[in-house]
Design a protein around this ligand. Structure first.
Ligand code: GDP
Ligand code: IMO
Ligand code: MG
Length: 428
């Protein structure tokens, strides 16, 4: 049985899309388990860049099954746009299925996301304004609508109209804005759902059959551990569980079915949105990383905040996820820097600590304690065709991360393309 979970080990955008696409070549099935179109996963094939938000990164292989699981919150309009975008690039989505239990994002979720962000003033979370939080909130409040509800048109329409009216009360009476156009939303969304209905199935049974038959299944995480609603830097987090614990819930399998967890780790740290970030760089080094690594959000285009690699955070993430391997990405971005730093502990009130605090006030008081490593040249990275051929100092950097985390770096990535990936151990 080889079921493998691919997770963001930091604050998202670690390169999960690239690693999923790379590993998918050996897989039978690729499944998204949580999040929604707040995710932006980039896969590069030849000269073409594919930007995926909802559709799993296994979609570029026509013979692999791809599934959007029940834990995902799905905006039908976004999905249709993504399908069109892929079709125009010559990619078919005939190999896609959507869970009948997935919750649907409606325009009122997006509107509320936007208004709540505005109301937060300088305490903004920096959400992607895709309606993710408000949709998960409705799921928990038990007033959400799921894909399976669309089968019963009359009750679907009734429930949708009821929800729009309740949300319009909130928009008008509390936020003092114009109500949303009930009839327009109902008409548009019935049309969108008609278009995607053919993809909706009982994916839980389907995934289970792949698992039972011993097929190779990849579970593609979105976001990252530090954005987890319980374990991330709350409240500057997303509203789902982007950790291995979220996978069984997000697809409907037993936790005991998960065999391997690969944490995708950028060779440094980035984050979009607000919240404390102990190793954040405000100097030239941060700008160099941002420009060389092209650190701008796939979904929102926002510049990403950049900093050194943080091992306290990474060890916390490795423990929560039970990581069995690391996939270290963007090693090439750190090239041509004389000295590199890795944060190995925090100093808090004169004491050295190795644990990641729950309180953001405490985290903001943590000062990183760094070790320094020697750099390497980009041209030497570009010449390498195997891990062994990487510059000595680049290998030392990777091996230092392994030593500090006690997790093997089984995959090392030195560029966005499939060919720029070194597998140090076969994982599937
Ligand atoms: P994801 O959300 O975790 O899938 O990551 P994103 O796609 O949002 O951001 C990662 C970016 O880095 C994408 O543009 C990738 O094409 C790119 N990328 C992935 N791995 C590497 C790498 O090893 N080197 C470089 N230079 N770029 C990479
Ligand atoms: P991928 O899968 C990076 C961040 C947002 C914000 C917070 C909450 O591409 O790694 P939300 O819209 O989810 O309510 O926003 O979470 N965020 C991400 N940051 N990568 C992502 O996805 C993200 N998805 C959400 O910037 O800080
Ligand atoms: Mg991304």
């Amino acid at each position: 049985m080889s079921n493998l979970v691919i997770l963001g080990a930091q604050w998202g955008d670690e390169g999960k899309g690239k690693i999923t696409d790379f590993l998918a070549k050996k897989a039978d099935l690729v499944v998204r388990c949580q999040g929604g179109d707040n995710a932006g996963h980039t896969v590069e094939l030849g000269d073409q860049k594919y930007k995926l938000h909802l559709i799993p990164s296994g979609i570029l292989y026509p013979e692999k099954q791809n599934i959007i699981g029940n834990g995902v919150v799905l905006n039908p309009k976004s999905l249709i746009n993504e399908i069109k975008y892929l079709n125009e690039l010559g990619i078919s989505v005939d190999n896609l299925k959507i869970s009948d239990r997935a919750h649907i994002i409606f325009p009122y979720h997006i509107e509320i996301d936007k208004l709540e962000e505005e109301a937060r003033g300088d305490k903004k979370i920096g959400t992607t304004i895709k309606g993710i939080g408000p949709c998960y909130r409705d799921k928990v409040e038990r007033c959400g609508l799921r894909m399976c509800d669309f089968k019963y048109r009359d009750s679907f329409e009734k429930r949708l109209r009821y929800n729009i009216n309740r949300k319009n009360d909130l928009l008008v009476k509390y936020y003092g804005v114009e109500p949303l156009d009930e009839n327009k939303i109902v008409k548009e969304y019935i049309d969108y759902l008609n278009q995607i209905e053919k993809y909706i199935v009982d994916t839980n049974t389907l995934v289970k059959s792949f698992v039972k038959d011993g097929k190779k299944v990849l579970f593609e995480g979105a976001q990252g551990a530090l954005l987890d609603i319980d374990f991330g830097t709350y409240p500057y987090v997303t509203s789902s569980h982007p950790i291995s614990g979220g996978v069984p819930i997000g697809v409907g399998i037993s936790p005991l079915d998960l065999k391997q967890a690969v944490g995708v780790v950028k060779a440094y740290t980035t984050r979009v949105g607000k919240g404390p970030f102990p190793t954040e760089l405000f100097d030239e080094a941060g700008d160099i990383i941002r420009e060389k690594g092209f650190e701008y959000g796939t979904t929102t285009g926002r510049p990403r905040r950049c900093g050194w690699l943080d091992i306290v955070m990474l060890n916390y993430s490795a423990d929560i996820n039970g990581l069995t391997s690391l996939a270290i990405t963007k090693l090439d971005t750190l090239s041509d820097m004389d000295k590199l730093k890795i944060c190995v502990a925090y100093e808090l009130n004169g004491e050295k600590i190795n644990t990641f605090p729950a309180s953001l006030e405490t985290l903001a008081d943590c000062k990183p304690i760094y070790i320094e490593m020697d750099g390497w040249k980009l041209e030497d990275i570009e010449k390498a065709e195997t891990y062994e051929q990487l510059p000595e100092n680049a290998k030392k950097y990777v091996e230092k991360i392994e030593e500090l985390t006690k997790v093997p770096a089984d995959i090392v990535s030195v560029g966005p393309k499939r060919s720029q990936t070194f597998m140090r151990k076969e994982l599937l």
